[in-house]
Design a protein around this ligand. Structure first.
Ligand code: SF4
Ligand code: MG
Length: 343
């Protein structure tokens, strides 16, 4: 059984359409994915694809006017989407922890790092302040904070951005969670330290056998860090499979575009390849395949019918590589062939 299984999750945001009537825009449409114990899953896409909404909805952190309109979020077999706030509080920050782009979303600016770590430890375990402090110092050393016995008495603003994110990682692991969700954890940091922090995160997840959901716009990071990858576009999952396979044998035209746009793919001195157009807004998602206005392969059904997820390939160990594109719809094999030839 998967540790976390998200099934057909739909999230909507209520909007006022005119003076008296209420409507809703769909931010997530039928999103499904799984994470196994100790596994690292990457969720990748441009901003506006719904990655963060997916992450926040797992822990019931979407704020109004957003809400889960249907679907299940099974963690260890229990549906988080149906839990009361009190029940989910036992899971959040305990069995599932979240790391945000901005460390200050987690850290309290008016308390020292030590106070925050000690409080967190003592909320979960019956230990003395002294014991908690020594564990906290140990954990700060583990995330490679120099002179942890001195740093522990400092306030968040006395640390650099990279140091703060190290502290956040240390705090996230204090309760020995089974799953960490990291939403763009290095995006706000200097390029020079991004890789260091990512390496640290991965090695700690391995060491503590914690599963990781890494949300990022950076496919290169997903390639380096994760075992399975989910690609999102306009609120849907459009491709999913073992990361190596998704990168080496991408099937969806959008994923192919993302790979072609990686800086590593550019000729020296040449220009970066870019996917033409831009991601649609929530209020004007095109009918049919939401990617169709940007797709070079678009053919008749694409403008009307939302593609389901089709099996693109069976990969080693019985794993599947799935793609939501009509080019792989068995119903349109002949038309798809023509669309590819025309290109
Ligand atoms: Fe392109 Fe059609 Fe596939 Fe969408 S369904 S990605 S428009 S070929
Ligand atoms: Mg985001």
């Amino acid at each position: 059984m998967a540790l976390l299984e998200v099934k057909n999750l739909c999230v909507e945001f209520a909007v006022r359409t005119n003076l008296n009537s209420q409507g809703a825009v769909k931010a997530l449409r039928d999103v499904s994915f799984q994470v196994g114990a100790g596994e690292r899953l990457g969720i990748v896409g441009e901003s506006g694809a719904g990655k963060s909404v997916a992450a926040f909805s797992i822990l019931n952190l979407i704020s109004k006017p957003g809400y889960i309109s249907s679907g299940e979020i099974l963690f260890d077999g229990k549906n988080l989407a149906e839990m009361t706030e009190k029940q989910i509080r036992n899971v959040r920050g305990n069995r599932i922890c979240m790391i945000f782009q901005d460390p200050m979303m987690t850290l309290n600016p008016v308390l020292t790092i030590g106070t925050q770590m000690i409080e967190c430890l003592r909320a979960h375990r019956k230990i003395s302040k002294k014991e908690a402090k020594s564990i906290a110092i140990d954990r700060l050393a583990q995330v490679k904070i120099p002179s942890p016995d001195k740093r522990i008495d400092q306030y968040p603003h006395e640390l650099s951005g990279g140091m703060r994110q190290r502290v956040v990682i240390a705090i996230a692991l204090l309760t020995e969670p089974e799953l960490l969700i990291a939403d763009e954890p290095t995006t706000a940091l200097d390029v020079t330290i991004q890789a260091e922090i990512m390496d640290l995160l991965v090695s700690l997840c391995e060491e503590h056998k914690v599963a990781l959901i890494l949300i990022t716009h950076d496919l290169a990071v997903v390639a380096e860090v994760t075992q399975r990858a989910v690609v999102m576009y306009a609120g849907r999952v459009i491709e999913e499979g073992p990361t190596r396979d998704v990168i080496d044998n991408a099937y969806h035209p959008y994923t192919k575009g993302l790979i072609a746009a990686l800086p590593q793919q550019a000729q020296p001195g040449g220009r970066l390849n870019q996917i033409r157009g831009s991601m649609p807004g929530l209020q004007n998602t095109p009918d049919g395949c939401a990617f169709h206005p940007r797709c070079d392969f678009c053919f008749a059904p694409c403008q009307q019918q939302v593609p389901e997820e089709y099996l693109a390939a069976e990969v080693a160990d019985g794993q599947h590589h799935r793609v939501a594109c009509h080019l792989f719809n068995p119903q349109y094999t002949e038309q798809a062939k023509q669309a590819i030839e025309l290109k």
